[in-house]
Design a protein around this ligand. Structure first.
Ligand code: TUI
Length: 314
């Protein structure tokens, strides 16, 4: 049994948080992960408020255990999304793609734990003053919107810079990754890509198969020139990005390519013209598994790693 302060903080059994992947982390997946003893998270992304309301109601029917919502701070519906989370509070709110500072007091007032994703030490330090509960330090191995540092470099730097619990994300797939994160000083992990091929994940089978057949160098970073780099599986759309960036196309034109493209992949199943956001561990995902099996496999694997490491201590 591996228990950390994250388990006590969130009221969960295992120190594993499921990534709040926009359009991919729906009620079914979040509820399955929470039921299995991790923390399931609904990804609000850029979805309209009614979508989130429906997902919240569905999740509450499927589990009585704690779950979270990831708020993408660049959502066009940000204010309405926050209003919903104040009217129908959830156990945990994780945030991405911005600074959640001004929303922290109202959420915490209701007992919601607020855990921002950070990709730099500077943002983590700034947010300590807003009264957040913990941080998720996300390395650039992750899928989606990323920073510049790898998890190996970022996690210990955030651990050293703040007095709050740090959860590691980016490049983590199994028990080896979990133990590595703990070794860096983290109290748990967040995994997104690993859960994309969970049986309960509602993304189209075509997208799951694309992840399953991907190899180590199949993710690429697009949009660096716009200031919003995104990691996704290489396809027709990322080649278009590459071409436009090489030709120094105007930022607005490059950004236009991305509009609606995540939904196109994750809901419509268009793996050529959509953005199939996935992390570098995509190559390790090679089959479909129920969320419970994923979590138990990670925990069993971590235990074996610790036993093996312990044998090496003389
Ligand atoms: O947020 C993510 N990953 C994401 S969000 C997303 S959906 C999206 N849609 C349209 C445009 C952009 C994204 C897909 N994947 N990860 C957490 C994360 N947050 N990584 C990096 C950051 C971040 C970046 C800049 C957080 C804060 C920040 O600046 C804050 C500030 O104001 O200083």
């Amino acid at each position: 049994m591996i228990q950390t302060i994250l388990c006590d903080l969130l009221g969960i059994e295992y120190p594993i948080i499921q990534g709040g992947m926009a359009w991919a982390a729906t009620a079914e997946l979040a509820a399955a992960v929470s039921e299995a003893g991790g923390l399931g998270v609904i990804g609000a992304g850029a979805a309209p408020p009614d979508w989130l309301k429906e997902q919240l109601h569905k999740t509450r029917l499927l589990t009585k255990k704690p779950f979270g919502v990831n708020v993408m701070l660049r959502s066009p519906y940000l204010e309405e999304i926050m209003e919903i989370l104040l009217a129908e509070p959830v156990a945990v709110v994780t945030t991405g793609a911005g600074n959640p500072g001004k929303y922290v007091p109202a959420l915490r007032e209701l007992g919601t734990k607020v855990i921002p994703l950070v990709s730099s030490v500077a943002l983590a330090k700034r947010l300590t003053r807003s009264g957040v509960d913990a941080f998720i330090a996300e390395g650039m191995e992750s899928g989606g919107h990323i920073g510049e540092l790898t998890s190996m470099a970022l996690v210990p730097q955030v651990v050293d810079a703040v007095d709050l619990p740090v959860i590691a994300a980016g490049g983590i797939y199994d028990g080896r990754g979990l133990v590595a994160a703990l070794a860096l000083g983290a109290v748990g992990v967040q995994m997104g890509t690993r859960f994309m091929c969970a049986a309960e994940c509602t993304i189209p089978q075509k997208v799951k198969n694309f992840v399953i057949k991907s190899r180590d160098r199949d993710t690429v970073i697009s949009g660096t020139s716009t200031g919003h780099p995104v990691r996704a599986l290489r396809n027709k759309l990322t080649r278009k990005y590459e071409e436009m960036e090489k030709n120094k196309a105007p930022v607005a034109e490059i950004e236009e390519l991305g509009v609606g493209s995540l939904r196109l992949a994750m809901v419509e199943g268009n793996i050529e013209n959509g953005t199939v956001m996935a992390g570098q561990v995509s190559a390790m995902v090679n089959k479909m598994q129920p969320a419970r099996e994923i979590i138990l496999e990670i925990m069993g694997g971590a235990r074996n790693v610790i036993v093996r490491l312990n044998d090496q201590v003389v």
